[in-house]
Design a protein around this ligand. Structure first.
Ligand code: HEC
Ligand code: HEC
Ligand code: HEC
Length: 462
């Protein structure tokens, strides 16, 4: 009996060891490492691109429309057949650091590896542990719809040659530890520059860091330290409050891509990381991009619309801007655009960077599509879109009225410009460019130039 059990336990020992081993494999790495990886993946906002509308988190399939066709994000759950379940840590690291997939092919830079290449190996290790520990989802995102030559991933090596030179993150010994951490949070994790820095003709990031850029028909504002063109007159605490809650009464609220960044990513930052991020962004050299003499949010006028609408005849066919404002906006934003509610939950339209910007894009977008986002506490904040109820001409009239009444005036928009943003037009590359000889890489560069020139014309409707 005694011997038997001794034998049994001797026999069981290696088995138990084996069992323990595979169990610890199945459960992935230690819990703290997984939690650390989860935090890092939130701080770098992997979810927003790798989740399709209504789809499972990280199962991919979000469509990126480019003039060359549609790219779909990948399934990055650990499913062994449709996701990254069979990938080694090295293969996972190659994606983030070099934009190279497990099969050795290059990724399209729609996946911002240009920024993630700054991630440290320790952080990649934690993220790998996290992604291997989440629930695998069997889901094949649609195949990319790219015609020749844009379906040639080899050509992306050409793009990398021009735009991407792998360089690991290095601390600047002249700066404080907090500043260096902030730079890491902004670049390697938050990839702020991918939206806020203008691109050059080859679609790489230009050297005008944080000077503002157009992204999918939205203006990602100048957030350099210029006091007029940028956010140089925001305090460190102002910036922290905005990045955590998306609302800074008297200066800014948030919509478009930035609303997603705050809802899915920034609101989860630790106070230390948020403070570091603000310290770094506040230090970014000024980039002057506007000839205004006051900041976008500098307009203080709160002129009441009542005198513009009271007793005026109602022209149903072409209502005036004041009538449109009174009927659609005043209930929430006030008859003097002053905002309503505790902490101006319904923000003021004067002293608002969206209304006061040189470009009318974001105001048109907000009127068309509304806002649906989460704030720092995870509460939903909703403004309805008016795209279904107002015509392009009415939205143009209303936009011009609001900008003149509460913003800094500037160029007017017309119905055609509103239609462009409503349709989210993607430019078509003329056929002759496709057959004009030259290497595929050269073709792509030419096409990108055309794309950006045209996109500039179409999207920057001011
Ligand atoms: C701005 C959008 C965007 C963000 C943010 C983003 N990705 Fe991606 N990712 C993509 C797209 C698009 C692809 C597919 C590109 C292609 O087909 O060439 C991709 C591809 C990948 C792949 C390759 C998968 C495969 O099967 O080939 C991995 C792995 C990956 N992403 C991981 C991540 C991780 C981890 C993060 C966060 C640190 C992240 N991504 C953030 C857009 C994004
Ligand atoms: C996906 C693109 C995208 C990314 C990534 C992004 N932003 Fe933005 N950002 C925008 C857009 C678009 C706006 C304009 C929001 C609006 O219309 O209210 C904006 C607005 C802002 C503003 C408000 C400026 C003002 O004058 O009102 C700040 C500050 C800001 N972003 C900081 C950041 C920081 C810091 C990061 C990185 C952690 C970042 N953004 C990443 C797109 C982006
Ligand atoms: C039912 C209430 C409601 C109505 C009606 C409404 N809004 Fe809003 N508006 C909001 C809320 C809520 C926000 C979001 C504030 C935030 O993101 O914190 C907002 C935000 C905005 C912003 C700032 C957007 C940004 O990106 O920062 C602008 C500009 C704006 N509204 C203009 C308008 C105009 C013009 C109309 C009329 C067509 C209108 N709103 C009608 C509730 C409303």
């Amino acid at each position: 009996m005694m011997r038997l059990s001794l034998r049994a336990s001797l026999l069981m020992a290696p088995l138990a060891g084996l069992f323990f081993c595979s169990a610890s494999f199945a459960a992935g790495a230690p819990q703290d490492l997984i939690r650390q990886g989860e935090y890092l993946s939130k701080a770098s906002d992997c979810e927003v691109c790798h989740t399709a509308p209504g789809g499972t988190t990280f199962a991919g399939g979000l469509a990126f429309k480019t003039p060359f066709g549609v790219i779909y994000s990948s399934n990055i759950t650990p499913d062994k057949s449709t996701g990254i379940g069979r990938w080694t840590e090295q293969q996972f690291s190659n994606v983030l650091k070099h934009g190279i997939r497990a099969d050795g092919k290059n990724l399209y830079p729609a996946m911002p590896y240009t920024s993630y290449s700054k991630l440290t190996d320790a952080d990649i290790h934690a993220m790998y542990a996290y992604f291997m520990a989440i629930q695998g989802v069997n889901h094949n995102p649609p195949e990319n719809e790219m015609g020749f030559p844009y379906n040639q991933r080899l050509a992306l090596k050409g793009w990398n040659l021009i735009n991407f030179h792998y360089k690991p993150f290095e601390d600047d010994p002249q700066q404080s530890a907090e500043w260096n951490r902030g730079k890491y949070v902004a670049t390697a994790l938050g990839h702020c520059e991918e939206c806020h820095t203008p691109r050059n003709l080859a679609m790489g990031l230009s050297n005008k860091a944080y000077a503002g850029a157009m992204v999918d028909g939205w203006e990602a504002f100048n957030i350099s330290s210029d006091k007029v063109s940028g956010i140089g007159n925001w305090s460190h605490d102002d910036l922290m409050q905005y990045l955590r809650t998306g609302a800074l009464p008297g200066k800014a609220t948030t919509g478009g891509g930035m609303a997603d960044v705050i809802s899915h990513s920034l609101r989860f930052l630790t106070p230390e990381d948020m403070s570091a991020l603000a310290t770094y962004i506040k230090s970014v050299p000024a980039q002057q991009t506007s000839s205004r003499n006051r900041s976008a949010a500098g307009q203080d006028a709160q002129s009441n619309i009542t005198q513009d609408v009271r007793g005026m005849p109602i022209d149903d066919a072409a209502p005036s801007g004041a009538m449109l404002y009174n009927g659609n906006c005043a209930s929430c934003h006030g008859t003097a655009g002053q905002g309503i509610g505790e902490n101006r939950y319904y923000p003021s339209l004067s002293q608002n960077s969206v209304v006061g910007s040189d470009k009318p894009n974001n105001l048109v977008q907000v009127i068309l599509h509304g806002i649906d986002r989460e704030n720092g506490a995870g509460d939903h904040i909703v403004m309805p879109g008016f795209g279904d109820n107002l015509t392009d001409a009415q939205i143009a009239t209303l936009t011009n009225y609001v900008r003149n009444q509460y913003g800094n005036g500037g160029d007017n928009v017309d119905a055609a410009a509103v239609k462009t943003l409503r349709d989210n037009n993607v430019t078509v590359i003329p056929g002759y460019l496709l057959i004009a000889g030259g290497g595929v890489g050269a073709l792509i560069v030419i096409a990108l130039v055309v794309y950006f020139r045209r996109r500039g014309k179409l999207r920057q409707i001011s």
